[in-house]
Design a protein around this ligand. Sequence first.
Ligand code: PRX
Length: 647
Amino acid sequence: MVLQDKYAPNTNSAFEHYQAEHRLSIADTSAYWGEKAVTELDWFQGFDSVQQGGFLHGDVAWFVNGKLNTCYNCLDRWIEGRGDQTAILWEGDEPTDTKAITYRECLRKVCQISNALKAQGVKKGDCVTIYMPMMPEVSMVMLACARIGAYHSVIFAGFSADAIADRIEASGSKWVVTADEGLRGGKKLPLKAICDQAMAKDACRGVVEKCFVFARTSKTVNMETGRDVEFDSLVAAQRPYCPCEPMDSEDTLFILYTSGSTGKPKGVLHTVGGYSLYAKVTMKNSFDLKEDGSDVYACVADAGWITGHTYIVYGPLLNGTTTFMFESTPMYPDHGRYWDMVERHKINIFYTAPTAIRSLMRFGDDAPNKYDLSSLRILGTVGEPINPEAWRWYYEVIGRSNCAVADTYWQTETGGHVIANLPGAVPMKPGSCTLPCYGIDTVVLDPATGKELEGNCVEGVLAIKQPWPGMTRTCLGDHERYLTVYMKPYPGYYFPGDGCRRDEDGYIWITGRVDDVLNVSGHRIGTAEVESALVAHPAVSQAAVIGFPHEIKGEGIACYCTLTVGVEESDSLSKELKTAVRTAIGPFATPDLIIPTASLPMTRSGKIMRRVLRKIAAGESDQLGDVSTLADPTVVQVLIDKVEALQ
Ligand code: PRX
């Protein structure tokens, strides 16, 4: 293969090395990962076998009977040698509010938090819900859970009380850690009050025993006697030493709820050994980390999503690197904030999402040009396909045509990157996540037959052919759903739910979800969740939610709602319906378009023709295709007119 591209590295040998190493890594995944496990992680007890089980039965296990602790590998391991190096470099909402926490300091505080949790009754195997702002303590609580063998369930602080209650109920979590308030873009978010609402719901009654409250703004909040605990003083009173619980490699490290195409969000479960190894190795490879830990690495995601778990907390600390944590937004106090931070903290590696790049690009080049961005070496992108225009702006204006852009494709379930270009080794193509990571055996399948499509220039669905350590092992409490969603669609393969194209050079281009999952600003939202929030409103009898192309968010949310007989359309009703979705899920899921309608385009057998709805919302009503099977074709024109009037 000869790649003639201006984004190719100067030498071909690095690329050839990648190709050879990748071939080896998938020829014998056990040999590859077995060796990595020994060299990259510290074990209390070695493992008996590298890998057992497979996709077919959904019983994959890695590093069987090995014992280790993830927190040990993140912190204790680095004390000798890097104890005084900054582990967490934090910048708060105000640019002047910064903190540098060394590995030694971080370990002390994590031990204190561990002891405080234990003193309150948290035990190995318990689930701890974390609903916190981006303060350093959020990482520390995650690490403390890992240390004592509890597993965390972090809920992004933009989720509503309803969403929290659902997740607490599903996980049976007795423990909640939160803060009085969050602070973002100069605005205060009443996190404890939202937790209070969640804990008061029927779903949570009798479930939560204790709610630990950190002070972020020191606002006086409601504290329920017997349940709520002021955590800062309790933590400060603890000894700064706490032994690490030896965990089985296959014990649970955390669960993270994510949206699927049907029903309630699923608790994607990750394990101690496999996830830790995968987080460490992909972090090191995709961002070409310096072995001595001297990089200043910034991922500006939120800890509440998988990107935050793997690439703010675990990946960087497992590698002994300095991880930057950011509490605010890219627009506060102005849209130069990211670049100002790069200059002030001399950030070397910067990782964000296409939606952020697009929203900053709109303001032009003046803001980035004001700052010294010469410390940057690698720019990462994640969350959705990046459009070539945004890619080029990132590469040219932010990276000054001098940095590698790492387009990292992965998902909550994969634990870490599965397709990404190795900076400096794999030639880049704007918009393609390029080639699989080591140990990842990707194929393109024909969606209809499930057969592997050989050769290049093919399009189908993406699948992975062999287990890898970072893959999710189950959905908490619902293994059947796990099998149905990931393992059964194409037996013998893991199915991530994305379509893709393999181009003439063998490069992968993700074409987006092939199920009913939306990707809005890099956030995954199930259409079924939005629909159920809408039909819970008395004015709506039926709802069909679809995504449509959105310039900044990637995808916008359009909700077609059939109103209950007698209910009139109005702006205030549309507003109410938007609020209903915000209340059920969270503000990030707010619909862009509410389209009230008397009826929806249905086939004669009663199925909603979503394809037609998608085309209408996308403004492509001239490409509706065959609508002859519709029970009543006249509804189509009515909807076209309505959407045109709204846009
Ligand atoms: O559709 C893919 C898209 O985001 C989905 C995973 O979402 P989530 O589990 O929330 O994790 C987001 C952060 C990893 C995938 O199924 N996706 C993620 N990264 C990319 C992407 N699509 C194209 N290119 C990417 N780099």
